[in-house]
Design a binder for this molecule. Structure first.
Ligand code: ADP
Ligand code: MG
Ligand code: MG
Length: 250
């Protein structure tokens, strides 16, 4: 489903990713771990197509087709979900309105009919119940005035409602308390299915106590230096990244 081949990328002219190969089959959840500064977030931004991140070599294929020429929103419409893409605040746009527009943009691209208000409400109710999102949060403008935990819930709600075929979650190193970990894990686990692939990027092993990945990869210096099963994450918990660390990076 997703195939990353010999991916090299630069940020502001600095080579950060130096030849990444990674294939995620439908139904699989892979985790990427690694020391700070190893390029984890850069990889997620490159998959997202964020401005300023330039691919200099290699390719990213989704369903066998390169996504490199696609805009960020085209990637989203194709069924790729990037968690960090959405925590932005959108003043003046109610959360519900935003979610419905996002769902319909995807449906339209797939040649499906738009959901009507009743159908959408039903879909939303199922998901909000699961994630503890209140009606009040749905009425508020997207992420405006949300606490960290509410933003996290909202991000996972967006993922649950959009039902992406490939989701990338870059859980940045800060601000993930135990409640946030549970929210992310419940959301990811609820979405696991034979047609859906996920890439969970994390510095910490503990997230993977809740989301048990099919495969774990260690990223260091912009390369995947080790791959294994879930036990690799547990090994890292005891050994740390000492064997892999390239810098004392921030
Ligand atoms: P991680 O998410 O694994 O902590 P990042 O992908 O954030 O790592 O960063 C990888 C490397 O890229 C680091 O050395 C960082 O300093 C560098 N880097 C990140 N963003 C930029 C940028 N905008 N300009 C230059 N270097 C950057
Ligand atoms: Mg970092
Ligand atoms: Mg990061």
């Amino acid at each position: 489903m997703i195939e990353i081949k010999n991916l090299h990328a630069t940020v502001d002219g600095n080579a950060i990713l130096k030849g990444i190969d990674l294939t995620i089959e439908p139904g699989e959840v892979h985790a990427i771990m690694g020391p700070n500064g190893s390029g984890k977030s850069t990889l997620s931004y490159v998959i997202a197509g964020r401005e300023g991140y330039e691919v200099t070599e290699g390719d990213i294929l989704f369903d066998g087709k390169s996504i490199l020429e696609m805009e960020t929103d085209e990637r989203a419409i194709a069924g790729i979900f990037l968690a960090f893409q959405y925590p932005v605040e959108i003043p003046g746009v109610a959360n519900t309105t935003f979610l419905k527009a996002a769902v319909n943009a995807r449906r339209k691209a797939a040649g499906e009919a738009e959901v009507d208000a009743m159908q959408f409400l039903k879909l939303l109710r199922e998901k909000t119940k699961l994630l503890g999102v209140t009606d009040e949060m749905l009425k508020r403008a997207v992420n405006v005035g949300f606490s960290g935990g509410e933003k996290k819930r909202n991000e996972i709600l967006q993922m649950a409602v959009l039902e992406p075929r490939f989701a990338v979650l870059d859980e940045t190193d800060s601000g993930l308390d135990i409640d946030a970990l549970r929210i992310v894990a419940d959301g990811v686990n609820a979405l696991r299915g034979p047609e859906r692939s996920m890439l969970v990027i994390t510095h910490y092993q503990r997230l993977l106590d809740y989301i048990v990945p099919d495969k774990v990869h260690v990223l260091a210096k912009g390369r995947i230096v080790a791959s294994g099963g879930k036990e690799l994450a547990q090994e890292l918990e005891s050994t740390g990244y000492a064997g892999y660390a390239d810098t004392e990076a921030a």
